[in-house]
Design a protein around this ligand. Structure first.
Ligand SMILES: Cc1cc2nc3c(=O)[nH]c(=O)nc-3n(C[C@H](O)[C@H](O)[C@H](O)COP(=O)(O)OP(=O)(O)OC[C@H]3O[C@@H](n4cnc5c(N)ncnc54)[C@H](O)[C@@H]3O)c2cc1C
Length: 423
């Protein structure tokens, strides 16, 4: 099998997730991210003299994902933990603040927890993702320090985001921080903490969101095209929220007058999800297993576009457990008891994906194609428990894709593919 020797190889073999951990960890600050519009954010090494340094590879979730041993407290059966990762508690819940709940993607729990940490836990800032002010189809990492800024950058952004790219900033800033991200971002931040003790001290909570994969920028641009909208005239894009699941709303500023185009969640995600890169299909961690707390949608509930949202909340660590219950006690969140089977009922697609990963990775490995290293995910166990049809599908489907999409060949050096880049 070809070996991954650098982050450049990670990109070439389509394994990069675009989390930005390499940007923060580079001791010489020479890694920048560029938006390869059909793929996602990818590192661009300004000069390539990195022979004696592999810091970026050490923190790269495209290269390796090693789950730590989970807590010895076992509140759920072994099978549930093998399928969904470390679990101390499972809740449904929502933000007590009606505005945070309404604007949030699900129940606004991520934002409500963040606000609690800012106001009651002496946290200096929340590292998270929001739209770029100048191009709202692109994202940027913000460090929010108050309710107004948190609410400016809430809601899911179904476009590339790299929250780890500001981890190095907090090393030089005072105080403690909360980190919010997708599962791959949390994995990158987790590894960065392992090798940078100062980060470990500074990040007091990691809140992950569930993720079925991040659509490339081309997804949003093609959706704008479909609705005959000119990107230059767009002043705001919200992918969902303002109700549950809410609608995608695009604010179009034409000759000084704002008009809003609304697209149903089903239609927008239905289009955007087709633009998820290859790497997302190799990811078993759809529910942020490295996080202290992970949030997603309890999709099993009856949903109405204007409904008040609910979040599904997985408590994964004792640190997360402590903060969640303090936030409830302080009145920031409301929790409703629920059972482990809501996960399967709510996230069927994520479950099926996880069941298929071992088969996909094995076929790629047989072709000598580099794959990410996963430890602690029980991938063979989960694959083995699936039916024969799924086993065949994962193997022959992957085989077909390798041949048709030429996955046996690395991509050309990203430093060279400028035709595909938006700067
Ligand atoms: C690409 C993507 C795919 C998803 N797939 C699923 C899924 O399959 N199943 C499911 O149940 N839920 C999925 N979610 C998560 C879901 O949409 C909600 O984000 C989650 O339930 C939290 O809701 P909330 O109301 O508590 O969060 P909010 O209070 O609205 O806060 C959301 C937080 O997420 C951060 N954020 C938004 N977009 C990104 C991004 N692209 N990268 C990193 N951080 C971001 C924001 O900065 C904000 O802090 C996905 C989200 C994304 C971005």
């Amino acid at each position: 099998m070809k070996k991954i020797k650098s982050v450049k190889d990670v990109v070439a073999w389509r394994l990069c997730v675009g989390c930005g951990a390499c940007v923060s960890i580079c001791p010489e600050k020479k890694v920048k991210l560029i938006d390869v519009i059909d793929e996602g954010l990818r590192p661009y090494q300004i000069n390539n003299n990195c022979d004696n340094c592999q810091e970026c590879l050490k923190v790269c979730p495209g290269y390796q994902n090693i789950l730590p041993n989970s807590s010895s407290i076992k509140n759920f059966n072994d099978n549930l933990e093998k399928t969904w990762g470390p679990l101390l508690e499972i809740w449904e819940g929502y933000a007590s603040d009606p505005e945070i709940r309404y604007q949030g993607s699900s129940g606004g729990v991520v934002t409500a927890l963040s606000l609690y940490c800012l106001e009651r836990e002496n946290v200096a800032g929340i590292i998270h993702t929001g739209a770029k002010a100048e191009n709202s189809w692109e994202n940027k990492t913000y460090i929010s320090q108050n309710r107004i800024d948190l609410l400016k950058h809430n809601g899911s952004r179904y476009a590339p985001a790299s929250p780890c790219d500001r981890l190095s900033d907090i090393e030089t800033m005072s105080g403690a921080y909360v980190f919010i991200g997708k599962p791959c971002d949390i994995s990158g931040a987790f590894r960065s903490q392992e090798i940078r003790p100062l980060l470990k001290k500074k990040i007091v909570l990691m809140v992950g969101i569930f993720c079925a994969g991040t659509p490339a920028t081309r997804g949003t641009l093609d959706l704008l095209k479909k609705y005959q909208l000119n990107p230059a005239e767009i002043s705001e894009i919200r992918y969902r929220g303002n109700g549950w699941p809410g609608e995608m709303t695009i604010t179009n500023k034409k000759q000084g007058i704002d008009s809003i185009v609304r697209i149903s969640y089903r239609e927008s995600w239905g289009n955007l999800q087709k633009y998820r890169p290859f790497r997302c299909y190799l990811c078993p961690d759809s529910t942020s297993e490295f996080a202290d707390i992970a949030c997603g949608d309890p999709w099993y509930r009856e949903i109405d576009v204007n409904a008040q949202g609910y979040s599904l909340i997985l408590v994964r660590t004792e640190r997360g457990q402590k903060i969640l219950h303090k936030a409830v006690k302080a009145g920031y969140l409301k929790l409703l008891p629920t059972k482990g089977d809501v996960l399967k009922k709510s996230q069927q697609n994520l479950l099926v994906k996880r069941q298929e990963i071992w088969g996909r990775l094995t076929v790629l490995r047989l072709f000598g194609i580099p794959i990410p290293y996963y430890q602690g995910f029980h991938l063979f166990y989960i694959w083995w428990k699936t039916d024969l049809k799924t086993k065949f599908r994962t193997i022959f489907g992957t085989l077909k894709r390798i041949i048709l999409r030429k996955y046996y060949r690395p991509l050309p050096d990203t430093n060279l593919i400028d035709k595909n880049i938006m700067i």
